[in-house]
Design a binder for this molecule. Structure first.
Ligand code: NDP
Length: 313
């Protein structure tokens, strides 16, 4: 197995695989490490309806499988393994995989994406795997004909609630504001769904149950006069409140914003370290779409190719 490569890609979502397609077609012979969640966040969604070129939609896992095949067709070497440390102060750049193997690379393309956020309640940990989930597609099946709650009012929350309404008997959405943040079409979808009930101005503050989740402690109009506390019986508690970029291992070397999104030299994907490029959700606090991630993946590969040519590497 090669331990020295010209182009190392970390992460296997739409950004990573698009970078891999472009890098392999440019003869950079890239190696791509799939990371913790092969295929990335799209493997946990159902239908992708907004990626151009699929008039009938496509499932997230199918799309990622196709992207992987497309990257491999041009020679990308896809390896399982997770980058656990980096040293960007040396040349070649060093990336440690699974705490043991060190790969040397002339260029590194970071496409490590983002992960679902939790509220930070002790009960989320207490009931992990016993009624608490951040992925309806993964776990919805266990809640057929049951009652579930989804926290959040964005597109993800609406999508998760809609998906769960096809399985569960009743879906509550717990939304802290008096309105949804989601796009109009998603809002209409949940509002018109008889199985979904939206609890506006509600905060979840804890969970209860003897054997797994049996209910959620809610506060209505928290902090306002007449705030109301009550327990709502549910069987499943789904988080859909946004994401955190997976960039911890780079923090000693790369410039990031206060949340941890990698800062790139717009319009390129260059980071503050020469030869290191960032693309996809790891560097995008705003758009975070599969198609925008793919677009930046393409740019990262082109930037890496130019860098290697300039340096004669
Ligand atoms: P968003 O950041 O858009 O929404 C997060 C939601 O969670 C908001 O309603 C927010 O409330 C709520 N929230 C955040 N923190 C807390 C908390 N501590 N307690 C209670 N509620 C909380 O994240 P999404 O994951 O929904 O979407 C991210 C991006 O991905 C968006 O740009 C979205 O459009 C896109 N997306 C598109 C899809 C599609 O088009 N098919 C599908 C999924 C996502 P508040 O409004 O009060 O801040």
């Amino acid at each position: 197995m090669r331990n020295k490569v010209r182009c190392l890609i970390i992460g296997s979502g739409p950004a990573g695989y698009t970078a891999a397609i472009y890098a392999s077609r440019a003869n950079l012979e890239p190696v791509l490490y799939e990371g913790m969640e092969p295929g990335g966040q799209l493997t946990t969604t159902t239908e992708v309806e907004n990626f151009p070129g699929y008039p009938d939609g496509i499932t997230g896992p199918e799309m990622m499988e196709d992207l992987k095949k497309q990257a491999q067709r041009f020679g990308t070497e896809v390896r399982s393994g997770r980058a656990t440390a980096v040293d960007f102060s040396v040349r070649p750049l060093k990336v440690t995989i699974d705490n043991e193997q060190v790969i040397e690379a002339d260029t590194v393309i970071i496409s490590t994406g983002a992960s679902a956020k939790y509220l930070g309640l002790a009960d989320e940990t207490k009931y992990a795997g016993q009624g608490v989930s951040a992925c309806a597609t993964c776990d919805g099946f266990f809640y057929r004909k049951k009652v579930v709650a989804v926290v959040g009012g964005g597109d993800t929350a609406c999508e998760e609630a809609t998906y769960l309404s096809g399985l569960a008997e009743k879906v509550y959405m717990i939304v802290r504001k008096p309105y949804l943040r989601a796009s109009q079409i998603m809002q209409e979808r949940v509002m018109n769904n008889p199985r979904i009930e939206i609890l506006f101005e509600h905060n979840a503050v804890g969970l209860f149950g003897e054997n797994g989740v049996e209910g959620v402690h809610l506060v209505k109009r928290m902090g306002e006069p007449g705030e109301e506390w009550y327990g709502l019986p549910i069987d499943g508690f789904f988080l859909a409140i946004g994401h955190t970029p997976n960039t911890d291992i780079f923090k000693d070397f790369l410039k990031m914003d206060k949340v941890g999104y990698i800062v790139t030299e717009h319009p390129s994907t260059k980071t503050n370290v020469e030869g290191v490029f960032a693309c996809g959700d790891a560097a995008d606090p705003i758009y975070r779409q599969a198609v925008t991630a793919a677009g930046t993946g393409c740019r990262a590969a082109m930037d890496a190719e130019r860098y290697l040519t300039e340096k004669g590497l």
